[in-house]
Design a protein around this ligand. Structure first.
Ligand code: ZN
Length: 390
């Protein structure tokens, strides 16, 4: 097991073991720091099997490596960052965890940008940059951020869904501060831990790739401790924390987060995931399978909810006429043996019903499917609530 000290407040012996993630392949154990309330996963590394090789969209802790999450998040981030960046006009840009280059390719179209550095440890993504191999204003460093020695300062740092993966979040924030120019801005986005209170949750939140699970307060505490101040908090959903920082000492007077408030939330989460997975069985048995006997039922969302429906709800080949997903198409051929098509095929194959499996984008996808001419739309949230009448 990794050493048991808190990454944020550095106290020893204050970490309380609280939860063992479902089907971890790294011997994961989730701890809460009694002093600062930061939730962190420690790994028994000796237990690691087949680390980082298999692409899966598992609903359990062994999820990962499809590398599509940042692409999904980018569209949202772009909508509120673009006006700010166009006004601020940063010259040198750093993207920590640049992944498939969604942000890099976007920011390189701006004429105020001089130079962009991307840092990405996964070399299998190199081909995503094939059109940029000759670009003199871009360098992609294929290395973990922790190991990179920087020779310049940056006016804007983009850190989207990266900090939770760090070996040390504290060290990553400290180093970001160091390479940020005096008037520079840094955008940080991480998953929001309070989503574990979602009553319809079926996915394991504490996945093997994440070492840190922030709340708004624990993230701000860590940033303020390292000299950052909050410029703007983009509060647009319950799934992610999105904050723009700059160097500065102005502190928000946060109510110190109390670890004791996190205990009941995690305790409830421990029981709600298995309970909700039983509800999936009923959804399939009472709703989805009978429907498929009469009609052609398409599924939109080759994601972790779909994986849950197959693994825990016994959704079978007979129940699924077709499966489509915009983000997974082309990245993964199939999920649990179900072929993944592009949503455009909905027009071609003309299903009678489309089941929307999504969280924040549920309404949007339902609308798109309807506009494609599918008149019978079923949303996951509604199916779940119909069965889960208490
Ligand atoms: Zn702590």
């Amino acid at each position: 097991m990794e050493k048991l000290f808190c990454d944020s407040c550095k106290t020893f012996d204050k970490l309380l073991s609280f939860y063992t993630p479902i089907k971890s392949q790294r011997g994961a154990e989730v701890f809460i720091c009694e002093s600062c309330a930061l939730v962190q996963t420690k790994y028994n590394l000796y237990n690691s099997k087949n680390l980082g090789i298999k692409k899966t969209i598992s609903t359990d802790a062994n999820w990962g490596n499809v590398r599509h999450g940042k692409g999904i998040r980018f569209t949202d981030a772009k909508s509120y960052l673009e006006p700010i960046l166009d006004a601020f006009k940063p010259k040198n840009i750093l993207d920590i965890g640049s992944n498939r280059g969604d942000f890099i390719k976007f920011i390189l179209t701006k004429n105020y940008v001089n130079f962009v550095s991307g840092v990405e440890p996964d070399r299998t993504l190199q081909s995503e940059y094939v059109d940029y191999y000759e670009a003199s204003n871009l360098e992609v460093i294929w290395e973990k951020f922790e190991n990179v020695k920087f020779h310049k300062k940056y006016d804007f740092i983009y850190s989207c869904q990266t900090l939770e993966h760090a070996n040390s979040a504290d060290e990553m924030i400290r180093k970001s501060y160091e390479v940020l120019s005096e008037n520079g801005l840094m955008y940080v986005e991480v998953p929001e831990i309070n989503i574990i209170e979602d009553n319809r949750g079926v996915e394991e939140f504490f996945i093997d790739k994440h070492s840190f699970h922030f709340s708004y307060t624990t993230l701000i505490n860590l940033a303020q401790k390292n000299g950052f101040e909050v410029v703007r908090n983009f509060e647009s959903d319950i799934y992610n924390i999105k904050i723009l920082f700059k160097k500065g000492l102005k502190k928000i007077n946060l109510k110190q987060e109390k670890a004791v408030l996190m205990f009941p939330k995690i305790n409830r989460y421990k029981s709600i995931i298995p309970e909700n997975r039983k509800i999936l069985k009923k959804i399939v048995e009472l709703k989805l399978s009978p429907l498929a006997k009469k009609q052609k039922v398409a599924y939109w969302g080759a994601n972790r909810i779909f994986d849950s429906l197959v693994k825990y709800g016994n959704l079978s080949k007979n129940d699924v006429y077709m499966l489509v997903d915009t983000h997974m198409y082309g990245k993964l051929d199939a999920s649990n043996g179900f072929r993944i098509d592009h949503p455009d095929y909905l027009r071609v194959n003309e299903p009678n019903v489309c089941v929307i499996l999504a969280r924040s984008s549920e309404e949007y996808l339902a609308k798109v499917a309807y506009e494609m001419g599918i008149r019978h739309i079923l949303k996951y949230s509604e199916l779940f609530d119909q069965i889960n009448i208490k």
